[in-house]
Design a protein around this ligand. Structure first.
Ligand code: MN
Length: 502
């Protein structure tokens, strides 16, 4: 995906007060600058970290937070109380703050200098209690934030910050993001439906429908020269089967698939869209269900949901932004078929066609095969399997009064045998803690069959994103039991009902 996260800024803000005198404040500022610079320079930090100010007065705090709110490059703040900073001066600023933030609970020096420590040192290095005062006022204001604890050179601290920054970048990317729908929801399907107005209020993205005829117009305007160029790219990137090679019996279908990709890409680029949906029930004017096109557009960072599933399209876009530059891939996915052998239960995930090639273990095979659904020409698709390793499946549903995110931590495994007759890209995984528990909890929680599958992200990314968005998150992992999960769902019903007010 072609997105440089370094264009995003996180502002490093330090709290203090005037009680200690100017010399101490100068030291505070100098040390805060060192910390901000070290975090910014760390190779694992994906965004630009900017030291902003040592804040000691409520008017200055309000002023800085107003600037942060208004700055489109600023995706969030890191806040740290080097010394004691009486927290009532933060109230009006925090009440205004509209950006995500992390409370970094650190200390300039890692170790206590046992033989040298005196009261000057004690007065300068007060975050152990200064951050507790700051924490209280955040909790008193019921502010959602991430708290990261440890020395600022600690690699684990850097990783916590990295995850949060990526979630904050995805959040910023989603504000005003446009998701295009080609066709409506698959008829009668429930879980892919939802309240688009509620989603815009909650997440900031806009979902709108577009006439398929306008897309078809772009597709039909594609030139033979453009198609020839794209076919060259296919030939350089994938292993073509004999059917689709030059002179092969399905070559014409491949040219048509290239035409559809070029037209879709043009439509999405012209409209500034970050995600889209399709549906096999509305393909009027297209000769094939867009398969290859969707696979390649996902690889380039577009969010996608099949059968009109705009919630998954938007979630996939957010996941793609979070995963920029990380190893392994992220794709639209569907829980398709089970392997229920008690010796090793598995879920085979796939879709009719639309799985992102970023999760391919090896060079994908490009083929044309019949598709039983949709009543169109045989479509092009990339075939591959995801590599083994940990992954998450994430699903967002609309419960009517709120959105719920459901995450299952899984282990992707290699297929025990070849699947020579299965003409779709796929992933095979063992859910945690086991398939029976995971599927029971998923179903009790109302999770969809459509998910975002990621081998690049962990639950923590989704947790940070949900914290920023202010939505419910339930996680199914190695510690989950059905009884505890049911209780969590019951308690969440109460909490979210009360927290919402009227
Ligand atoms: Mn589907």
């Amino acid at each position: 995906m072609d997105l440089n996260l370094k264009k995003f800024e996180v502002w490093f803000v330090t709290g203090s007060q005037h009680l200690y005198g100017d010399d101490t404040l100068r030291q505070v500022e100098d040390q805060a600058q060192q910390i901000a610079a070290a975090i910014n320079d760390h190779p694992k930090i994906p965004v630009t970290v900017v030291h902003k100010a040592v804040l000691t007065r409520s008017a200055d705090i309000r002023n800085l937070i107003a600037q942060a709110n208004a700055d489109n490059n600023c995706i969030g703040l890191i806040m740290w109380m080097h010394t004691f900073s009486p927290a009532r001066m933060w109230i009006s600023g925090l009440n205004m703050l509209a950006k995500p933030y992390v409370h970094l609970h650190t200390q300039f020096s890692q170790d206590i200098p046992w033989s040298d420590i005196d009261m000057d040192y004690m007065n300068l290095n007060q975050s152990a209690h200064g951050d507790r005062e700051f924490g209280f006022i955040n909790t008193r204001l019921r502010k959602a934030r991430k708290v990261v604890v440890g020395h600022w050179k600690d690699e684990e601290v850097i990783e916590r910050l990295n995850v949060w920054m990526r979630a904050a970048a995805a959040w910023q990317d989603g504000q005003g993001a446009k998701i295009a729908r080609f066709g409506d929801n698959m008829r009668d399907v429930a879980v892919t439906e939802g309240d688009k107005v509620a989603a815009q209020i909650q997440f900031g993205y806009e979902v709108n429908g577009y006439a398929l005829g306008d897309l078809v117009e772009r597709v039909n305007a594609v030139t033979d020269q453009e198609i020839a160029q794209l076919i060259e790219e296919y030939e350089a990137s994938y292993t073509l089967t004999d059917r689709v090679k030059e002179g092969g019996p399905a070559r014409a279908n491949l040219l048509e698939a290239a035409r559809i990709e070029l037209g879709m890409r043009k439509f999405l680029e012209e409209g500034g869209f970050k995600g889209f949906t399709t549906t096999f029930e509305n393909l009027v004017g297209l000769k094939q269900l867009p398969g290859l096109a969707v696979q390649r557009l996902m690889k380039d960072g577009y969010g996608f949901g099949a059968e009109g599933d705009w919630k998954t399209a938007a979630l996939l876009r957010a996941a793609k932004v979070m995963a920029v530059g990380l190893p392994k891939g992220t794709s639209f996915m569907e829980d398709y078929v089970y392997h229920l052998d008690p010796a090793g239960m598995r879920i085979l995930g796939a879709h009719m066609l639309e799985i992102c090639e970023s999760i391919a273990a090896d060079k994908p095979v490009l083929d044309i095969q019949p598709l039983g659904i949709g009543g169109k020409d045989d479509p092009a698709r990339l075939l591959f399997e995801a590599p083994p390793g940990p992954a998450i499946c994430a699903s967002m549903i609309d419960l009517g009064n709120r959105f719920r995110m459901i995450v299952n931590e899984v282990d992707t495994v290699t297929s025990p045998e070849d699947l020579p007759k299965l003409p779709v890209a796929r992933a095979l995984w063992a859910p945690k803690p086991d398939l029976k528990t995971a599927a029971a909890c998923w179903i009790l929680g109302g999770g969809a069959h459509h998910t975002v599958f990621s081998q690049a992200l962990t639950t923590e990314y989704i947790e940070d994103y949900c914290e920023i968005a202010g939505i419910e998150l339930v996680v199914i992992n190695e510690n989950t039991t059905v009884a505890d999960f049911k209780n969590e769902l019951r308690l969440n019903e109460i909490y979210y009902h009360l927290a919402k007010g009227i």
